[in-house]
Design a protein around this ligand. Structure first.
Ligand code: SF4
Length: 610
């Protein structure tokens, strides 16, 4: 199994990594980190961002070090922080150049390297190695990596082996493809070097903008590490998650699915916003799981029939447009939703008139109302035997705690019903998962919609909690719909938008364009926050279109592998435009680039008028 338990919340066991005064690992609370977005040469700007992030609660801050000159800049940043008695640990983010890593490792508390470009390269070439040649290449990489370990050991510097889905080397891609297996092997090669050298001050990460790939690869990494007796802590994050609601929900789906299973020791919520904006989101996510050890008992089940490393969907029968091969549906407490979206079903009060042109769900105690009103779908409980027999199709409300043998027997004979499953357990995801697995093991194929209930006045809290509780279920293909009920002061329109956002972030249902935008860092070649907002404004009606917006080429092309259009910083103030992976225009001035992108979308026939 990829985690300690699927029914008891328990952190995956790890050794402890020391990053200056901060410990990362299963014996320590989950650590929150972020990254600066100013050019590293902007020493005052970078220090200001670090202090703001520190004040917001970041425990570690990463700074990009793209050149040897920037080694001096990060030294100056460090000195300035220390002069003000600020001891927040810094991480140097290194791509491409080992020598920069060697120098930065002498200055900061942690160095992050990318195994896709540390002594390795990505030129989108297909390389054909024999086993001997592959081993020789690995040995060359090892020789180039060992000096870094010696420097880190000498200076008490921690290391992160940070694999990105978008920047796997050609060597790894040629042998393993663009897969979770490839991501895991890319990191494992370096972790084996660390283990052979008995260097244990290492954290490892597997990031992707695709939440499914991110979750599957981290799970697989946890398994591979265990098989090889490695216990390195895990850093979690969804790259290029975007901004606003999309960024928050996407991060909470990916990171939350793993934290729920006790996987993850440090997290970064990557938003295309100022670094300090990431911290409250990360804290909400960490706090959401803080009391899960006190959750009530969850019934065990036998073998988990879902493959946690590749997507499969629980087989359910189709009832109305729910289940089977249909996309997951949304039930809402109001028909209000954002844009042109409408929930698939609206729950209405018993005394309310049905809302026209939408499927209304109403809780029934007897048959009378059904006879007097049209356009109603009844929601009943298992106890209403006469209604269950009488109404067809209908929705059956059931709590996980009610699922005993008698309930399973009743459910086994039902046809044409949709189950609406809810849980009162603190560990909601694990409880719902256990219930759905037990239903399936009892041969019950009725579609399942999960109802998740909250009481909050804060939309960000709702986005984070709902995505963290339901994302893992969706990514594992267990559910056929979601119903978010909130009794706090958040508009129904926002609640509905969160529901559709979660389905899109978990890649189950597309109802808007997807923006794969990076959080930006010192490598960013244009104003990414403003540009992302502008592109979103101009293209928000292009449902289903995927647009990658990347500050630079480091993860650009690979991360946008399935994007339709790419907008990537090529040089300061200059943008390269891509259609799929094909470079269409190079060096477009920043002030013209969004118009050029729209023209390109029109030229390729993907534009529709708003
Ligand atoms: S893609 Fe964005 S965050 Fe990543 S290195 Fe480039 S500019 Fe920085």
């Amino acid at each position: 199994m990829y985690c300690e338990s699927l029914i008891h919340y328990k952190r995956r066991y790890t050794n402890t990594v020391r990053v200056g005064p901060v410990n990362i690992g299963s014996d320590a609370p989950i650590v929150i980190q972020t990254m600066t977005s100013k050019a590293t040469s902007d020493i005052d700007g970078s220090v200001e961002q670090i202090l703001k992030a520190d004040e917001a609660g970041a425990q570690i801050v990463r700074v990009t070090v793209p050149s040897m000159r920037d080694v001096e800049h990060i030294r100056a940043i460090k000195e300035k922080l220390l002069a003000g008695a600020h001891h927040i640990p810094l991480v140097a983010d290194i791509h491409f150049n080992q020598k920069i890593a060697f120098e930065a490792a002498k200055l900061v508390e942690k160095v992050r390297i990318n195994p896709g470009n540390f002594a390795d390269s990505k030129k989108f070439e297909q390389l054909d190695y024999s086993d001997t040649e592959y081993a020789a290449e690995l040995d060359r990489i090892r020789q180039e990596f060992l000096p870094l370990l010696h420097i880190c050991r000498e200076h008490n510097t921690a290391l992160r082996i940070g694999t990105n889905h978008g920047s796997l080397s050609d060597r790894i891609m040629s042998r393993y493809g663009d897969t979770p297996e490839g991501m895991v092997e890319s990191a494992m090669e370096f972790l084996r070097f660390c283990k052979q050298e008995n260097f244990m001050n290492v954290v490892v990460s597997m990031k992707a903008s695709n939440t499914m790939i991110m979750v599957q690869s981290v799970r697989l990494l946890a398994v591979r590490m265990k098989e090889e007796n490695m216990h390195f802590p895990l850093h979690l994050g969804v790259t290029e998650a975007g901004e606003g609601e999309d960024g928050r929900i996407k991060s909470a789906v990916g990171i939350g699915a793993l934290l729920a299973d006790g996987i993850g020791d440090t997290i970064r919520v990557s938003l295309t916003e100022e670094p300090e904006c990431e911290i409250p989101v990360a804290r909400k996510l960490v706090m959401h799981f803080a009391n899960h050890t006190q959750a009530g008992d969850i019934p065990p089940f036998g073998k988990y029939f879902i493959n946690p490393f590749s997507f499969t969907r629980r087989q359910s029968t189709q009832v109305l447009q729910v289940g089977g091969k249909q996309v997951p549906v949304v039930i809402a407490d109001s028909q209000e939703c954002s844009g042109n979206l409408h929930p698939d079903f609206v729950f209405i009060n018993h005394h309310q008139d049905p809302i026209p042109d939408i499927q209304n769900l109403v809780e029934l105690d007897n048959k009378t109302d059904l006879n007097t009103k049209n356009n109603l779908l009844p929601l009943v409980t298992l106890q209403h035997k006469d209604l269950l027999d009488f109404v067809d199709p209908c929705f059956v409300r059931i709590r996980t705690a009610e699922l005993n043998n008698a309930a399973f027997r009743k459910l086994q004979v039902l046809k044409n019903k949709v189950l609406v499953l809810s849980s009162n357990n603190l560990n909601m995801l694990a409880d719902l998962r256990s219930a759905i697995v037990r239903l399936t093991m009892h041969g019950i194929k009725l579609p399942v919609i999960v109802k998740i209930c909250y009481q909050t006045d804060d939309i960000e809290t709702l986005q984070v909690k709902a995505a963290a509780d339901s994302g893992g279920l969706l990514l594992d293909g267990l559910v056929d719909g979601i119903w978010i009920a909130n009794t706090g002061n958040v508009s129904q329109q926002e609640v509905c938008s969160v529901s559709f956002g979660i389905l899109q972030a978990s890649r189950m249902r597309t109802t808007k364009p997807e923006y794969i935008s990076c959080p930006s860092c010192g490598r960013t070649q244009f104003n990414i926050q403003e540009t992302t907002r502008y592109i979103r404004e101009r293209t928000r009606h292009l449902t289903g279109l995927k647009i990658g917006i990347m500050g630079c080429i480091v993860n650009g092309l690979g991360e946008m592998a399935d994007a339709d259009y790419g907008y990537i910083g090529g040089a300061p103030g200059k943008v390269n435009l891509y259609h799929q992976k094909e470079l269409i225009k190079r060096g477009v001035p920043e002030n013209l680039a969004v118009d050029e992108l729209i023209n390109l979308i029109k030229d390729r026939g993907d534009w529709v008028e708003p």
